[in-house]
Design a protein around this ligand. Structure first.
Ligand code: BGC
Length: 516
């Protein structure tokens, strides 16, 4: 780390040693040195205060008060009610509030064997799930990398690749061995994008989110696209029996353990939630209304909040810049302030701003990319700072901020000073705290809407799972915003286990004469 004004203790010790060894004369010289040093310290400290004032000014719009959070809550609540009322585009609803055709949680009586394809987050996974009754579930899965080109290419190729991975998974695990001739696997498809469902097995993709943008998929039935790709693969005997959003999977997996679990949340690459709603509160529901379908799980797609301006009062210039340079401008406005895909980029944009103002890394901004190109790449390249960096830096409690320093060095910012590290940690803490507060405000709305004596919220996703400070801030803010009893529970492998449970519940209901 480069020399900095903050090594007061080290320097003092050196000076005392010098006094002992060299006697008075040297001591006098040292005293002069010490005086000069303290003078330097004072000027440095004064400079730091100026820095901090400016930084404060830049970070202030990110520091949300509870009053602002309550306004976000009120706006979200209104948009939820509007979304439940109608799908009419002219109504300019922010939230889709999709009915999912899931009416019941698991009873514990479900059994069966399922394949699950989970597409939509940082990973693409294939799982083999055995539900053994009494909610005992065995899961074996494999993560497959999706080549970046497939995320941006033709949809058919993406679905063909999924079918290929399924084939590989079945072969590697010898799943087809000992199966009777003509045996068909049931497959639940966890597809974590906004889909308008017309049944459990029909779902039209409304738009891509999270950086996916394959052609030929938006507007089409993704269950059909996957089934067609499977059928193109001779030898694959699979039928897709359910389409499930990752939040719904999370809710189902968690509600198999906690009876009062009525909310499922994903806080990862994207941000979204679903919950059990009374069918009477869903005027737009056109399906069956009877004793057996009193409730329905609603996929809120609340990441889209703000597309008609209801979050403008808290959006910063950085949020706008990030949004405008994204592949989906004016979409997923709320998600872009919270989820892991965007947290690092928000921090990076603030850092770039601070560098350009010579507050951070003063005198180090390279004018031409040919000098220290790696350093410039960090400053120029979108997406080069990750949520993981934010998490690690914000919890750096080392005395010399060595964790921050080595992270910065690893991404091309060489020899950052203590002050640089300190400022960057401050930026990470501020951005992450804002995200946690906003995430909590949204969950608070659902806990309030449910109006139960106690609510368990099942959560999965990298931010909740791995980002300790984020999780603490989320819980703390939620407790301030909702006095009701609630608990946040990590849902292990929820999106895969839960999707299998959705398929299993559906099978059980059909076998007992109910259909969804
Ligand atoms: C998608 C949701 C999904 C969430 C979490 C969002 O971008 O629109 O459908 O649940 O990410 O994966």
């Amino acid at each position: 780390m480069a020399a900095s004004s903050n090594y007061v203790i080290e320097v003092r010790i050196d000076v005392l040693k010098t006094l002992k060894i060299a006697g008075l004369a040297t001591g006098a010289i040292a005293a002069i040195g010490l005086g000069a040093y303290y003078f330097h310290q004072r000027t440095q400290r004064a400079k730091r205060v100026t820095f901090r004032e400016e930084v404060k000014h830049i970070l202030e719009p990110f520091q949300l008060t509870d009053e602002q959070l309550r306004r976000v809550m009120a706006n979200l609540n209104t948009e939820m009610t509007n979304g439940l009322r109608s799908d009419d585009e002219r109504e300019k609803n922010d939230l889709a509030m999709f009915p999912t055709y899931v009416h019941y949680g698991p009873s514990g009586q479900e059994i069966g064997e399922y394949l699950v394809v989970d597409l939509g987050g940082s990973n693409f996974r294939v799982s083999h799930v055995n539900i053994e009754g009494r909610n005992r579930i065995r899961l074996n899965n494999k993560i497959f990398l999706i080549p970046h080109s497939l995320l941006l290419g033709e949809g058919d190729k993406l679905f063909d690749y999924i079918a290929e991975c399924l084939q590989r998974f079945i072969d590697d695990n010898k799943l087809a061995l000992h199966k009777p001739a003509g045996y068909k696997f049931d497959l639940a498809f966890t597809f974590s994008f906004p889909c308008n469902q017309t049944s459990l097995r029909q779902a039209r993709l409304v738009s891509w989110t999270k950086g996916f943008s394959c052609t030929g998929v938006v507007g089409n039935d993704v269950v059909l696209l996957l089934q067609q790709a499977i059928d193109r693969h001779k030898g694959l005997n699979i039928q897709v029996v359910a389409l499930v959003n990752d939040t719904v999977g999370t809710l189902m997996a968690c509600s198999s353990i906690y009876r009062d679990c009525k909310v499922g949340v994903i806080l990862g690459t994207g941000y979204n939630a679903c919950y059990f709603e009374n069918i009477d509160n869903v005027p737009k529901w056109k399906g069956v209304r009877d004793q057996a379908t009193k409730q329905i799980v609603i996929n809120t797609e609340w990441g889209a909040l703000g597309k008609h301006g209801c979050l403008d009062f808290i959006r910063t210039s950085v949020d706008r810049e990030l949004d405008e340079s994204s592949s989906t401008p004016n979409q997923q406005v709320f998600e872009k302030m919270i989820s892991a895909l965007y947290l690092g980029e928000i921090v990076r944009l603030i850092i770039v701003d601070l560098v350009q103002r010579s507050i951070l890394l003063p005198g180090r901004m390279q004018k031409t990319p040919s000098l220290r190109s790696d350093y410039n790449i960090f400053l120029i390249l979108r997406g080069s700072f990750y949520a993981k960096h934010v998490a690690d830096i914000e919890s750096d409690n080392t005395e010399d901020l060595s964790v921050t320093s080595s992270i910065l060095t690893s991404i091309g910012i060489h020899d950052p000073s203590y002050d640089d590290c300190y400022l960057i940690r401050e930026v990470c803490r501020t951005v992450s705290l804002r995200a946690a507060k906003l995430a909590a405000a949204a969950i608070a709305v659902l806990v309030n809407r449910l109006n139960q004596s106690s609510v368990t919220v099942g959560i999965d996703g990298t931010l909740f799972r791995h980002h300790e400070k984020f999780k603490k801030n989320l819980a703390r803010t939620l407790s301030r915003l909702v006095p009701r009893t609630h608990r946040l529970v990590l849902s292990e492998d929820g999106s895969s286990k839960g999707s299998a449970l959705v398929a299993a519940v559906d099978r059980r209901m059909r076998e007992t004469g109910f259909s969804s």
